[in-house]
Design a protein around this ligand. Structure first.
Ligand code: FES
Length: 573
């Protein structure tokens, strides 16, 4: 096969003054002249940061990718991009997903790179890297850092996030001592890697694999398992081949790939965050994808995977049971997978998974005997969310899926925190908790606060779930009958802003409806009183709030949708 002229040769292949500059400064790292004579340059896009604990082992992973690149005759060059740590970054890592994607896009486009390996782990690092890379559309492979080992506490497994929500409610209702709570911190997160529940990080690692953007096995090999290094090495080898074949992201990220990912998300009981991220990634690569398709393609599918937060087990168990290939095989054998979708290893997804074994049917169920029926994401509409809202069926309580209750409205997250623990809060378990102004513009950044903790006086009764509605997101590790992403959001003038305590709200998931039972004239009068929140004065947050799209469109910045390819307009000398 004759290889297309390498993009990097536009820099390194020149025999003039500019070529001198491009090579000479690189030689200060000790690279010999022959490194610049036509080896594919592989950018290793690294989200390592000690402030992103889930990605803190990525320098090590990068070394294994480099081994593979060297073996295949490439020239690996590692570069940093903005790293988004879910736990520390305020006000929410989601505020910066689009900013990080700009960093990724321009770092790739502006440098002499022929192919890219994306090192991803913590929640937002995966979509931001895929979005940025998609806008350049070079040969690209995703490589996740892998989940942590199972948390172990007092003889039981405890899962990232999910265990925190459970234990903090026990502390709030007086069933757990603070000393035990502190001890659980070191028991929960005891190895390298990202959250080991089927939270957003594991969901997105699974999405990367289901999209065909990673080698088989990417989703679940624990970060500390030697086979994560092997996968990194194989990824390094493969990206060089992809450059030689000019196999670009747009050939992998087809509509079929997104449809496979949507179905896989239902089958794994994946995070609602995948909805926003997949729509945003599709928007970058130019594939039409609507919110409604998450419902029509997958809400009827069963959840096959018994993992927290929808179930009992954790990612380490998922890996030993056969992991995502076993799930994709089940989908493929039951007409729920586009078998012909191409993947980064050059084979169809079906070729990759047709023989995938399952070693534990308690963890990975079959279609014939699913873990939960009808468990995808349902898309609701109605006068509270004309452009849609979502609910994760596998994490909801069946008895609450049709429910009318009195609204208890919090107009901000500060209002919620100020009142939720008060014994005189006028609320009971039949009420519907409503949180406003936590959408993309309102928070800003659309924080994961939609799974509002229940009031202590209700927890003490042993009640574990109530209907909750907001324009916010929810952690992938959270659970409950929680309606999220109401669009348009309250801060953009959406009707969620018009709800008042004392109104009644009807959730009817079978009818895909969410309604505020208030007449139009009253709503119009309330709308006349509504004023938009003030705009931020400066900086990225100003840019973000002025340009962010609503959740149903993926919450990307409007001017980032689409791609510009890899050519650079002009060189710099
Ligand atoms: Fe990083 Fe959960 S906090 S993956």
């Amino acid at each position: 096969m004759t290889m297309k002229k390498l993009r990097s040769q536009e820099w390194f292949g020149r025999k003039d003054r500019d070529g001198f500059i491009y090579r000479s400064w690189m030689k200060n790292q000790g690279w010999p002249h022959d490194m610049f004579n036509g080896r594919p340059v592989i950018g290793i896009c690294n989200t390592w940061s000690e402030l992103t604990p889930c990605n803190a082992h990525f320098r090590e992973i990068a070394e294994w990718v480099k081994r593979g690149v060297w073996e295949a005759g490439g020239f690996p060059l590692e570069f940093p991009v903005m790293s988004l740590g879910e736990t520390l970054l305020r006000p929410t890592a989601m505020l910066f997903r689009n900013l990080a994607s700009m960093d990724v896009e321009e770092s790739i486009r502006g440098n002499p790179i022929d192919g890219v390996v994306l090192l991803m782990g913590c929640d937002k690092t995966t979509p931001s890297l895929l979005m940025g890379a998609a806008s350049c559309d070079l040969p690209t492979i995703g490589l996740s850092g892998g989940p942590m080992l199972n948390g172990k506490f007092q003889g039981h497994d405890i899962g990232s996030g999910t265990g925190v929500w459970q234990m903090s409610e026990k502390v709030r209702s007086g069933q757990m001592k603070l000393e035990e709570f502190f001890e659980a911190e070191s028991c929960m997160h005891r190895s390298k890697g990202h959250c080991m529940t089927m939270g957003t990080a594991s969901t997105m690692a699974s999405m990367v694999e289901a999209l065909g953007m990673a080698l088989p096995g990417n989703a679940a090999i624990p970060a500390v398992d030697a086979r994560r290094h092997t996968l990194a090495q194989f990824t390094g080898r493969r990206i060089v081949e992809m450059v030689k074949q000019d196999l670009r992201m747009s050939q992998i990220l087809t509509r079929a790939a997104f449809q496979n990912a949507i179905r896989a998300n239902a089958a794994i009981g994946g995070s609602t965050n995948a909805v926003i991220h997949l729509i945003a990634i599709a928007g970058r690569i130019g594939v039409p994808l609507t919110l409604a398709e998450f419902d029509t393609l997958a809400s009827h599918l069963p959840c096959l995977v018994n993992l927290q937060p929808s179930g009992a087990y954790l990612m380490e168990d998922f890996f030993y049971a056969g992991a995502l290939p076993a799930v994709l095989r089940e989908l493929g054998e039951n007409g729920a997978l586009d078998r012909d979708a191409l993947t980064v290893n050059g084979q169809t997804i079906w070729k990759n998974v047709a023989e995938a074994p399952c070693w534990n049917r308690e963890v990975i169920h079959t279609f014939a005997n699913p873990f939960k029926q009808n468990s995808g994401i349902a898309v609701l509409r109605g006068n509270l969310a004309p452009d849609g809202a979502v609910i994760k069926l596998s994490a909801a309580s069946p008895q609450l899926l049709q429910h009318t209750g009195r609204a208890v409205v919090f107009d901000s997250i500060e209002d919620f925190y100020a009142r939720i623990d008060r014994e005189d809060l006028d609320i009971d378990e039949t009420c519907v908790m409503v949180l406003q102004n936590c959408g993309p513009r309102g928070y800003p950044g659309m924080a994961e606060v939609g799974n509002m903790p229940l009031p202590p006086k209700i927890l003490r009764k042993g009640v574990k779930d109530m209907v909750r509605i907001s324009d916010a997101r929810m952690s992938g590790t959270a659970y409950g009958t929680v309606v999220l992403h109401a669009s348009p959001e309250a801060a953009a003038g959406g009707p969620l802003a018009l709800a008042r305590s004392g109104d009644t709200i009807t959730l009817d998931v079978p009818a895909r409806s969410i309604r505020l039972n208030v007449d139009d004239a009253t709503l119009a009068a309330r709308r006349a009183q509504w004023t938009p929140p003030p705009s931020p004065a400066r900086g990225y947050v100003k840019l973000y709030t002025e340009h962010v799209q609503q959740a149903n469109l993926g919450a990307d910045l409007d001017f980032l949708v689409g791609k510009s390819g890899a050519p650079v307009a002009r060189d710099n000398h």
